[in-house]
Design a protein around this ligand. Structure first.
Ligand code: SF4
Length: 104
C-alpha cells in the first residue's frame, strides 16, 4: 500500500485524490489518509503530491503510518475531488514536528 505521511499535515494539497483509480483517500480537517486495504498499489498518486507526503509502505519505518492511515480512513469521509490546499500550505511545507503542532 501507499500511505500519507507527516508532511501532509497543515498543507493538504488534494491533487492525489483526483488520480486515484479506486477512490481510497479520506479527508480530515488538515490531513488526508489512504485506506491501506483499498489501495491497489498503483503508485500514481505519489508524484502528484506537491508536499511529497505519499510513500510506499516498503520504505523503512512505515508501519506506524500504515496504522495511522488505516485508523483515520475508517473514521473520515471519502474525498474524490480536488479542492484548494490549506491557506498556509506553502509556508508549512517541510516544517518539522507538524503532526504534534497542527494535527487535529
Ligand atoms: Fe490510489 Fe494508487 Fe495511490 Fe493507492 S497508490 S492511493 S490506489 S492512486
Amino acid at each position: 500500500t501507499y500511505v500519507v505521511t507527516e508532511n501532509c499535515v497543515a498543507c493538504k494539497y488534494t491533487d492525489c485524490v483526483e488520480v486515484c483509480p479506486v477512490d481510497c483517500f479520506y479527508e480530515g480537517e488538515n490531513f488526508l489518509v489512504i485506506h491501506p486495504d483499498e489501495c491497489i498499489d498503483c503508485g500514481v498518486c505519489e508524484p502528484e503530491c506537491p508536499a511529497d507526503a505519499i510513500r510506499p509502505d516498503t520504505e523503512p519505518d512505515m508501519e506506524k503510518w500504515v496504522e495511522f492511515n488505516r485508523k483515520y480512513s475508517e473514521l473520515w469521509p471519502v474525498i474524490i475531488t480536488k479542492k484548494d490546499q490549506l491557506p498556509e500550505a506553502e509556508e508549512r511545507d517541510g516544517e518539522t514536528g507538524k503532526m504534534e503542532k497542527y494535527f487535529s
